[in-house]
Write a protein that binds this ligand. Structure first.
Ligand code: CMP
Length: 138
């Protein structure tokens, strides 16, 4: 059990003006920001990040969406961070997300679901390193 996870605020939430509210909620829930940046993924980089989903029917749509606008990427720290963060964001499909979760409040649809959260400690490490060097993590 590690104390770090990785998140992205996705292009839908950025375009809809929810980045500030989402970051505020994350911090109020007790996550410490280890690293933070606004950036934009090229289609190539988005495809690389989501390579694990390459064979899924929604892969093309996912890559197109994730490269359609700016995102905010962050590494977060809290006890049992991966599970705690997934509870905070709610189910992948906002229609199934619990009341009060970030996806219930801010997501548009299954594909455009406002935030990403790592699904394991190993992936949190890989995904955080995808965006941040050691010099950018405090
Ligand atoms: P995320 O947690 O970032 O990880 C993979 C993403 O793929 C997921 O959030 C959704 O945004 C997207 N996704 C998962 N299932 C589908 C689907 N059936 N159709 C479109 N997008 C999907």
């Amino acid at each position: 059990m590690s104390n770090r996870t990785f998140t992205m605020i996705k292009p839908d939430a950025m375009k809809n003006g929810h980045a500030g509210a989402i970051l505020d909620r994350i911090i109020k829930e007790g996550f410490r920001v280890v690293a933070l940046k606004q950036t934009k993924l090229s289609a190539e980089k988005a495809g690389e990040f989501y390579a694990v989903h390459k064979e899924r029917p929604f892969y093309g749509e996912l890559v197109e969406f994730m490269s359609s606008g700016v995102i905010v990427a962050a590494i977060l720290e809290k006890e049992n961070a991966v599970a705690a963060f997934r509870e905070l964001i709610g189910a992948t499909n906002p229609a199934q997300a619990a009341e009060g979760t970030i996806r219930k409040l801010y997501a548009t649809s299954l594909g455009e679901n406002a935030v990403h959260g790592s699904d394991s400690d190993a992936n949190a490490q890989i995904e955080g390193s995808f965006f941040f060097s050691g010099l950018e993590q405090f």
